[in-house]
Each structure stands twice: as structure tokens, then as C-alpha cells.
Ligand binder design. Structure first.
Ligand code: PMV
Length: 316
């Protein structure tokens, strides 16, 4: 069997993270410049069924059994083997590398799972259709954090901007305008499962304080969808900043994110907010060609260890 390599992109949530777990809509775009790559190659001369995994960024260099049945990589492969009716594990070496930072709000767990599913299914001679890939990735994401909304696997599988609501068909968006976002790392790594669980506990303990924020975020996303499609940058930026204020009230921001958001806004960003799980990870700012450099410099001066710009082209 020839070696197979596949990649998957990262993602940015423009509006609606966390609320999307509770059936509100959210908007996400692919982050195509940062990717995870998985290579699967036959391991000649190894005992039959020996499947080794190397994933340096995850600290893994083991036989599959050593990871334990609960591990998300094991779960992902078992889901795939069951789906394809594969009885005997292939004798192979799986290598996963990422230039996408992990646990940083950029969709790394979904990207790992999707690149692995793509590479392994191709190696086995049964490349997955996008719909089936998305469904398997969603099942696998459940083992990473208990209640994924499904937005990460959807935007990463299709690599297109998406308006997503749990239980509905995803709506792929065709923006009439190009966008530039400056993305800044806080340098803090947090598990999404932790922030999702904290919000779930807060909501259960105090629904009258929490639910209005979730409802307000849902309204911002619905308005933001129109702004995103028509290219109303000012309105989209305002929606992003208002979303950040609600996420902050929900205890999903942190002082480092707050400092970067403030620096971006003061340097002329049209809007700025955390992206993904929050409590660390990354923030993003909507900029114009005129403000891009100033905002990037302000974020570096405010202490971000890594700042980059990502561009989204208008639909053709
Ligand atoms: O931190 P990330 O990249 O896994 O993004 C999480 C997004 C949430 O809305 C917080 C959770 C979800 O499943 O949608």
C-alpha cells in the first residue's frame, strides 16, 4: 500500500462560540494557512496489526494500544475501522504534525481528527465523502470534549465560511467582500472542555443571569451574518466587540485576552474578540489595509508572543 498524506486546516469563530453549544447560531471561517498533516505508511516487517503513532506535539510515540481505549486518537481510528468494516488493524506507522497550535482556540482537535480520518481512509483505499468525514469527525470530537456543537468539524471538513446551528444543515456563506483579520496568541493554553464545562455549570446554577447573554449573542450572530455577507465592516466589527463583552461577562475571557482586545480596539481595529474556547488561546481583530500594521504592532507591544494576519477572499 502506498503512503498517504492528508491535511486539515484550522478555524476561526467570528461570532457565537459557546452559545453555539446551546443551539444558537455561530459563524466560522477556515484558517487555511495553519494546518495539521497526517501521513500513514505501511510498516514492512512489523508484526501484523501493529499500528504505531507518532505525534510530537501531543507527546506521543507509541503503539496504538499504549494510548488506552479512551484516547481520542484511538476512538477516531476505531470509529473509522467500524464504519469501513475493517476487522484487522493495518500494519502501519501514523505520523501527525501540526503547525496549528494546540489547545489555543483554533480548532486543533478537529483538525487532527479530520486529517487522520482523511489519511487513514485513503490508505485503506476508501477515501471518505465529505459528509461522512464530517459525521465521523463529530462523533470523535465527542470524546475530546463532552458536548461539541459540531461547528469545528463542519468548517474544517468543508474549508468554507459557515453559518452553523446545531441540528440544522450548515449554510455556507459567500461573502461579497474580502476580509483581513489580525490574530494574536495570548500564549496561554486551555482545554475547550474546561471552558465549556464551566459555562454549563454557571448556566445550571444561575440561568437567569446567564441565559440573557446567550440570547444576546444569538441576536448578534444573526445580524452579523447579514453584515458578513454584504461587507458591512463597521457593523460586523461592532457585533464582534459586543460578542466579546458578553463572553467576558460569562467569565470566558481572561486578563491577557482583555488586554489584547483593548490594544486592538485602541489601535483602530473595527472589532476584536476572543475566538474559540477562550480563557486564553487566541483573539482576533477585524482590520482594514490601513489599520492592519498598526493593530499588529499594538498586539505585539501588548505582550502577544505571536501575531499574524489571515485574509478571506470574497466569493467568486
Ligand atoms: O477552542 P476550540 O477551537 O475547540 O473552539 C471551541 C468552540 C466552542 O463553541 C467553545 C465549543 C463548540 O463545540 O462549539
Amino acid at each position: 500500500m502506498p503512503a498517504m498524506s492528508s491535511t486539515a486546516c484550522g478555524k476561526l469563530i467570528l461570532l457565537g462560540e459557546h452559545a453555539v453549544v446551546y443551539h444558537s447560531p455561530a459563524i466560522a471561517i477556515p484558517l487555511s494557512s495553519l494546518r495539521v498533516r497526517t501521513t500513514v505508511e505501511a510498516a514492512i516487517g512489523q508484526p501484523q496489526g501493529r499500528l504505531q503513532i507518532k505525534a510530537g506535539q501531543l507527546g506521543i510515540d507509541h503503539d496504538l494500544e499504549m494510548l488506552g481505549m479512551e484516547h481520542f486518537l484511538v476512538q477516531t481510528l476505531e470509529l473509522l475501522f467500524t464504519y469501513l468494516g475493517v476487522k484487522q488493524r493495518p500494519t502501519c506507522l501514523v505520523t501527525i504534525t501540526a503547525d496549528l497550535p494546540l489547545s489555543a482556540g483554533l480548532g486543533s482537535s478537529a483538525a487532527i481528527v479530520i486529517s487522520l480520518l482523511r489519511a487513514m481512509s485513503a490508505f485503506l483505499g476508501h477515501p471518505l465523502e465529505l459528509h461522512d468525514l464530517n459525521e465521523l469527525a463529530f462523533q470523535s470530537e465527542k470524546t475530546v470534549h463532552g458536548r461539541p456543537s459540531g461547528i469545528d468539524n463542519t468548517v474544517i471538513t468543508y474549508e468554507k465560511p459557515v453559518y452553523y446551528q446545531r441540528g440544522e444543515e450548515p449554510e455556507f456563506l459567500q461573502p461579497s467582500h474580502g476580509y483581513a483579520f489580525v490574530v494574536a496568541d495570548t500564549g496561554i493554553r486551555k482545554s475547550t472542555g474546561g471552558s465549556v464545562a464551566q459555562l454549563a455549570a454557571d448556566l445550571a446554577a444561575n440561568p437567569t443571569a446567564i441565559q440573557p447573554h446567550l440570547d444576546a449573542i444569538a441576536d448578534l450572530v444573526r445580524e452579523g451574518k447579514r453584515s458578513f455577507q454584504t461587507g458591512d465592516l463597521a457593523a460586523l466589527g461592532e457585533a464582534m466587540s459586543a460578542d466579546q463583552d458578553h463572553l467576558s461577562a460569562l467569565r470566558l475571557s481572561c486578563p491577557e485576552l482583555d488586554a489584547l482586545v483593548l490594544a486592538a480596539r485602541q489601535a483602530g481595529a473595527l472589532g476584536a474578540k476572543l475566538t474559540g474556547g477562550g480563557m486564553g488561546g487566541h483573539m482576533l481583530a477585524l482590520v482594514t489595509p490601513e489599520t492592519e500594521t498598526k493593530v499588529s504592532q499594538a498586539l505585539l507591544s501588548a505582550g502577544s508572543p505571536r501575531v499574524f494576519t489571515t485574509h478571506l477572499k470574497p466569493a467568486e
